[in-house]
Design a protein around this ligand. Structure first.
Ligand SMILES: CC(C)(COP(=O)(O)OP(=O)(O)OC[C@H]1O[C@@H](n2cnc3c(N)ncnc32)[C@H](O)[C@@H]1OP(=O)(O)O)[C@@H](O)C(=O)NCCC(=O)NCCS
Length: 248
């Protein structure tokens, strides 16, 4: 749902967009409104256009039954007057699990290949949230778009588990697990062997409650703050982060 202003020539001079994102938070799917694409052309700034668009978007979200708001920003003070609070994010770090299951049949998926996109889309349509604690219940478009934008993201299909893992290798060689797309999340030891069994350390970029693996929570500071409105902080899990594949 875009909110915008246009000049006489029909040029968009200010925009703020809202969208619905169902979020699994502590075992319950919450209807959240996500906000993105907020900007005003330089020559129109300082005149209250953005304030007006924010108010319209927040009113729309409340009237259409959204329980909470969520956004990512490098300017948190802009949204604090509207009840948004920055929430700390944590990734999880620990030793690689024993991969007793050995190497599994796996193949890389190519985000530029139509057949691979169709396969991935189908899995994204039927996926289980990657965490019960904090994860989008559905976010197909952003997953695909983030893969498209970041060529460093590797996608591996583990056929026998019907699962796609999104991952990277850190500079120090650690395996960074960014997201899992499947109907039944398998224990992580069944996945990592198919990705990079030689890594000495595993980092997971989403809550690990479904992985059957222990990692230590490490503060994760990205370029933007994650801000949430309408949710008492106590209802959030102690340690969590939004998967990079769900960023918007
Ligand atoms: C940030 C931006 C959207 C503000 O647009 P604007 O039309 O100048 O904003 P408004 O005149 O409507 O001001 C709205 C409020 O935001 C405040 N504000 C403006 N820029 C701000 C900033 N960089 N940081 C914090 N608050 C800011 C204003 O003081 C005003 O507060 P008030 O309602 O208490 O008076 C604009 O500067 C922009 O497009 N910047 C580049 C893109 C960007 O950063 N977008 C936001 C991404 S999350």
């Amino acid at each position: 749902m875009p909110f915008g202003y246009f000049d006489e020539a029909g040029r968009c001079v200010a925009n703020f967009s809202a969208f619905t994102i169902p979020l699994m938070i502590n075992g319950r799917v919450v209807k959240a409104a996500g906000y993105q694409s907020g900007a005003v052309r330089p020559e129109f700034r300082g005149a209250g256009l953005y304030r007006d668009l924010m108010r319209r978007a927040f009113d729309w979200a409340a009237e259409s039954g959204h329980e909470i708001g969520i956004l990512l920003t490098d300017k948190p003070p802009l949204y604090e007057p509207y009840g948004f609070q920055s929430v700390p994010q944590h990734r999880f770090s620990g030793p690689m699990p024993e991969t007793a299951f050995g190497r599994r049949a796996a193949r890389p998926l190519d985000i530029n290949n139509g057949k691979d996109i169709a396969l991935l889309s189908k899995l994204l349509d039927n996926r289980q949230p990657v965490s019960q604690q904090f994860a989008p219940a559905r976010q197909k478009e952003m997953f695909l778009l983030n893969c498209h934008f970041d060529a460093g993201i590797r996608l591996t299909l583990i056929e026998e588990l019907d699962c796609v893992a999104a991952w990277k290798v850190a500079d120090d060689g650690a395996l960074q697990l960014l997201d899992l797309v499947c109907q039944n999340i398998p224990p992580v030891e069944r996945i990592v062997g198919a990705l990079n069994p030689d890594a000495t350390r595993l980092e997971v970029f989403f809550p690990i409650d479904r992985l059957d693996w222990d990692g230590v929570a490490v503060p994760h500071k990205g370029y933007c703050d994650l801000m949430i409105s309408g949710l008492p902080a106590a209802t959030l899990p102690e340690f969590f982060m939004l998967s990079p594949l769900a960023e918007f």
